[in-house]
Ligand binder design. Structure first.
Ligand SMILES: Nc1nc2c(ncn2[C@@H]2O[C@H](COP(=O)(O)OP(=O)(O)OP(=O)(O)O)[C@@H](O)[C@H]2O)c(=O)[nH]1
Ligand SMILES: [Mg+2]
Length: 244
């Protein structure tokens, strides 16, 4: 058993996707020896961008766009998707699979879904360790996606930096966000679907709310994920959180 773990650690360090998958499963299941396993990991200081937001905001489209920009820059990217429903074959995820299809066989892109299995806090417990492992696996950039808006998203946000809240210009949405804990912890506010006519009004309103927010630095970026507009700018803003 120990020998196998040693093998896996070596594979992980070399960026071997199979070894990475095996070790993530090990951590996800909180198997015996997990704690010891994590101790041997030295994470690299790379961006771990958390992406969250309401259903249909365009998170998956945006992530596909981010992957495109990063791969074009020669970066190796890991995408971890936290699915609170734990139903891995539902329509939404299948849709994501199709959207992400271009990237599944790309050697620069590693994509992994993590189901929460309905154990309250079960996944959340190991997500920090899983991210730490991925940070040590030869990637340049990690994207951590959570589906929906709720308490688990706020907890996942603590593992990621910067945390990106994807919003759409729809009446009422912003007020809803302000009530959620995410509004307080997000670092980057993305207004996606900026091709919509009501986008500018929404942006102005959000900018006003952010100027009144007390707390750490926030940025606002407008995107149209479906065309790729603003996505390269978003990468730049994410990276800027790691410059100093
Ligand atoms: N007009 C417009 N449509 C967009 C834009 N970005 C995404 N969409 C569309 O919005 C819909 C939802 O996009 P997804 O990327 O699946 O959104 P999501 O946030 O991943 O949704 P869930 O996974 O269900 O939470 C799709 O039909 C997209 O094509 C955009 O910038 N403008
Ligand atoms: Mg999605």
């Amino acid at each position: 058993m120990l020998y196998a773990i040693q093998d896996i650690i070596q594979g992980v360090a070399k960026g071997d996707f199979l070894a990475i998958s095996k070790s993530i499963t090990h951590l996800e299941n909180q198997e015996q020896g997990s704690a010891e396993f994590v101790k041997n990991i030295t994470p690299n200081k790379i961006p771990v961008a958390g992406i969250t937001g309401p259903p249909g905001a365009g998170k998956s489209t945006l992530i596909a766009g981010l992957i495109r920009v990063l791969v074009d820059q020669g970066k190796k990217v890991a995408v971890l998707s936290v699915d609170p429903s734990s139903i891995l074959h539902n329509g939404a995820l299948l849709g994501d699979r199709i959207r992400m299809r271009d990237w599944y066989l790309n050697p620069s892109v590693y994509i992994r879904s993590l189901a929460s299995r309905g154990h309250l806090g079960g996944l959340i417990k190991s997500i920090g360790d899983i991210v730490k492992l991925v940070q040590a696996s030869g990637f340049d950039f990690v994207i951590l996606e959570t589906v929906g808006v709720g308490q688990s998203e706020v907890q996942v946000a603590k593992v990621a930096f910067p945390t990106i809240l994807v919003l759409v210009p729809e009446a009422g949405d912003e007020i809803q966000m302000m009530k959620s804990g995410l509004f307080e912890v997000a670092n980057i506010f993305v207004v996606n679907k900026s091709d919509r006519p009501e986008a500018q009004k929404f942006v102005n309103h959000l900018r006003q709310s952010l100027s009144e927010r007390v707390g750490p630095r926030t940025e606002l970026v407008q995107t149209t994920a479906s065309t790729g507009d603003g996505v390269a700018e978003l990468v730049g803003v994410i990276n800027s959180f790691y410059e100093n």
